[in-house]
Design a protein around this ligand. Structure first.
Ligand code: ATP
Length: 296
C-alpha cells in the first residue's frame, strides 16, 4: 500500500505544480496575446545586438487576411532613441509592439533589429533582447523575490534588491513582515496597480535588455505613483532603445520622436513642440487631453 500511495501522492503534487505553472503561463500568453504558433526557422540564428536599432520596413499586416491593419508602415528607431506611438484607440499601436516581439509575422515588408530580419533569428534571443513593461504586469502566485527574478534564475539577492531599489519598490517590500518572501498574486497579497507595475519594472531591469517596449497604463494611477513610475521608467530607459505605446501625452513630451498613427498609418511625426506648432492631429489631441485634465 505504502509503496503505491507514496508515488501517487508525489505525482499529485507534481501534477498540481505543473497545472499551476500552465495556468500561470496561460495567463501570461493571454495578456501578451501570444498566439504560440510562430516557429523558429530551421536555420534561425541568435540575434546579435549591436546597438538596438529597430526598423519597420514597409510593413503590411492584418490579424486576418480580409482586414488589413497596417499598410506600408515604415519607422526606424535609432539605437538609444526614445520613440512614442500615439493615436486613437484601434490605430494599431499595440499591433506594432506585438510585431516587434514577433507574436505574429508580417504579411509584407520586414521588421529588423540591427539589420536582422526577425524571421531569421531565434525567438528566445529576440525575447531576451526586448524588455516589456506591460499595462498590467502578471504576478505569479509566488514570492516577491520570485516575481522580480522571473526569467533570471541565477539572480542574487543583491541584484534583486538593486533592481527593486531602482524601480522604487524596495522600501515597500521591506515594510512587509515577510519582506521579499511575501507571497503575492491571486492567492497572496494583492498589490495595487502601481506596485505591480514597479515589480514589472524591477523584473525588466534585472533582465537588462537593450530594447524596451513600454505599454503605458491606460488606467489612471494617482499623481504621486504616476510620477514615481515615470522617474523609474526614465532611469530604466538610459542607454536603451525605447518604444512607448502612449495614451497620455503628458508622459511623452520629452520623446525624441512622437509618431501619430491613425488606421494603421503614420499621419504625423516629430517632436512635441514641432507637432504642436504644426497645429494638426497631435495638437488637437494635446488640446483635448489638457482640457480633460483641467476638468479632472
Ligand atoms: P488602443 O489604444 O485601444 O490599445 P491600439 O492603437 O493599440 O488601440 P491595436 O490593438 O493595435 O490598436 O488594434 C488595431 C486594430 O486591430 C483594431 O481594429 C483591433 O480591432 C484589431 N485587433 C487587435 N487585436 C486583434 C486580434 N487579436 N484579432 C483581430 N483583430 C485585432
Amino acid at each position: 500500500m505504502i509503496q503505491i500511495t507514496m508515488p501517487l501522492g508525489f505525482l499529485g503534487t507534481v501534477y498540481r505544480e505543473i497545472r499551476q505553472s500552465l495556468t500561470d503561463m496561460g495567463e501570461m500568453f493571454d495578456l501578451l496575446h501570444q498566439p504560440a504558433e510562430i516557429q523558429d526557422a530551421p536555420d534561425a540564428k541568435p540575434l546579435a545586438v549591436s546597438g538596438g536599432r529597430i526598423e519597420f520596413d514597409d510593413v503590411a499586416f492584418g490579424y486576418d487576411a480580409a482586414r488589413p491593419i497596417l499598410r506600408g508602415f515604415s519607422l526606424t528607431v535609432e539605437p538609444g532613441q526614445k520613440v512614442a506611438l500615439v493615436g486613437p484607440s484601434g490605430a494599431g499601436k499595440s499591433t506594432i509592439g506585438r510585431l516587434l516581439f514577433r507574436f505574429y509575422d508580417v504579411t509584407g515588408g520586414a521588421v529588423r533589429i540591427d539589420g536582422q530580419d526577425l524571421r531569421a533569428i531565434t525567438q528566445d534571443s529576440l525575447h531576451a533582447a526586448i524588455g516589456i513593461v506591460p499595462q498590467d504586469t502578471v504576478l505569479f502566485n509566488d514570492t516577491i523575490r520570485y516575481n522580480i527574478a522571473y526569467g533570471r534564475d541565477d539572480a542574487t539577492q543583491d541584484e534583486i534588491e538593486a533592481a527593486a531599489r531602482a524601480a522604487r519598490i524596495h522600501d515597500f517590500v521591506m515594510s512587509l513582515p515577510e519582506g521579499y518572501d511575501t507571497t503575492v498574486g491571486e492567492r497572496g497579497l494583492k498589490l495595487s496597480g502601481g506596485e505591480k507595475q514597479r515589480v514589472g519594472i524591477a523584473r525588466t531591469l534585472l533582465k537588462n535588455p537593450p530594447i524596451l517596449l513600454l505599454d503605458e497604463a491606460t488606467s489612471a494611477l494617482d499623481t504621486q505613483t504616476e510620477r514615481d513610475i515615470q522617474v523609474s521608467l526614465k532611469a530604466m530607459g538610459k542607454g536603451r532603445t525605447v518604444l512607448t505605446i502612449a495614451h497620455r501625452l503628458s508622459t511623452i513630451v520629452d520623446a525624441d520622436l512622437i509618431v501619430v498613427m491613425e488606421q494603421g498609418r503614420i499621419v504625423e511625426q516629430g517632436r512635441h513642440e514641432a507637432l504642436l506648432a504644426q497645429g494638426g492631429r497631435y495638437a488637437a489631441m494635446w488640446a483635448r487631453q489638457s482640457a480633460e485634465e483641467d476638468v479632472a
